[in-house]
Design a protein around this ligand. Structure first.
Ligand SMILES: *Cc1c(COP(=O)(O)O)cnc(C)c1O
Length: 336
């Protein structure tokens, strides 16, 4: 097993907590939560673990400018901007607008934080985002700004390896929780697939025997399974273990895509209010709200037995609650 070089920007290990009220109300399996919303860097989230390894690589290459891209409310972009600030690097974010958006969005939620953290913003249509990213990279190269390109969601093998090590961290924590020794399920939001792929690779490498279920945020089961399997295989290879992981080994549920990526619907709102009001845990409108909604639905359908232990892996995203569009919807549901 290889240890990849990393920088230390995350608060680790993140806590594991029992969710007593939700466990009781649902009369279902025992529910636990892994608090990767508390990784510590500028509101935290799962991308911080990936960035510890991506930035070690950037540093080794003498990079001076980090470039990455995402949606307007990208948590990955906000955490990259914070990591760049902390490391004394410039940061350029290519944010993509959907066709419906005719004006530039107001600075709110993650986008406001990007600017507070001093990231330069470049706008692109969704269709042209790859070309724009490439163009910005070339530009920086010619200007001698030593650019380093981080993929969407930080999801290449090096970034995803952060979640193989996160699995090792959880296995270490299990040793101190006798109840958790039989952890049957991990449930996690899965989008670019890096988090799930890292966890799957970590399970193979460090010996976790339970299941890992990705709740798909914006993709069909078939294509996400392929993506996760390929990336998990690459993570194992990177860490020096030639395991071949096939799409059939990957568990993905794509029943909770709702009205599409980033559309906050009734199911997500219900999950956000339930976690907040019963456990004091804040979810986000795009990822963890949807994943938790999926988990709640599956528990209500009795997919799990009462003696099972389920761990919801919280991946962060809280600042998006304060994005103009989401804030407006949430206000309507909470005004008395
Ligand atoms: C990016 C993100 C995810 C998805 O992680 P992937 O590794 O891209 O699958 C889940 N939750 C939050 C809050 C995120 O920001």
């Amino acid at each position: 097993m290889k240890e990849l070089s990393r920088i230390h920007i995350a608060h680790l290990p993140t806590p594991v907590e029992f969710l007593p009220a939700l466990t009781q109300i649902l009369k279902g399996p025992k529910l636990w939560i892994k608090r990767d919303d508390q990784t510590g860097l500028a509101c935290g989230g799962n991308k911080t673990r990936k960035l510890e390894f991506l930035l070690a690589q950037a540093q080794a290459q003498g990079a001076r400018t980090l470039i990455t891209g995402g949606a307007v409310q990208s948590n990955h972009c906000r955490q990259t901007a914070a990591a760049a600030a902390k490391m004394g690097l410039d940061c350029i974010l290519v944010l993509s607008l959907s066709q419906k958006q005719s004006r530039l969005p107001a600075l709110s939620g993650n986008l406001l934080l990007d600017r507070i953290l001093n990231a330069e913003i470049r706008w692109s249509s969704r269709e042209e985002r790859e070309q724009t990213l490439q163009k910005v990279y070339e530009e920086c190269l010619h200007q001698g700004r030593k650019p380093f390109l981080i993929p969407y969601g930080g999801s290449n093998p090096i970034g995803a390896a952060g979640y193989a090590y996160a699995m090792r961290e959880l296995i270490e924590q299990q040793k101190h929780w006798s109840e958790l020794s039989s952890l049957d399920w991990i449930i996690v939001a899965s989008s670019s697939g890096g988090t799930q792929a890292g966890l799957v690779a970590g399970a193979k490498l460090f010996g976790y025997r339970g299941k890992i279920l990705g709740i798909s945020i914006d993709e069909t089961e078939e294509s996400l399974k392929k993506k996760v399997a390929t990336l998990a295989t690459e993570v194992c290879a990177l860490l020096g273990e030639p395991y071949e992981i096939s799409p059939q080994e990957i568990l993905v549920n794509d029943r909770f895509l709702g009205q599409g990526y980033g559309v906050l619907g009734e199911a997500e709102i219900n999950a956000i209010l339930t976690f907040a009001r019963k456990e004091g845990v804040l979810l986000d409108p795009v990822y963890t709200g949807r994943a938790a909604a999926g988990m709640l639905a599956l528990i209500q359908e009795r997919k799990f037995s009462q003696d099972e232990n389920i761990l919801f892996w919280h991946t962060g995203g809280m600042p998006a609650l304060f994005a103009d569009g989401y804030q407006r919807i949430l206000r309507q549901h909470t005004e008395t």
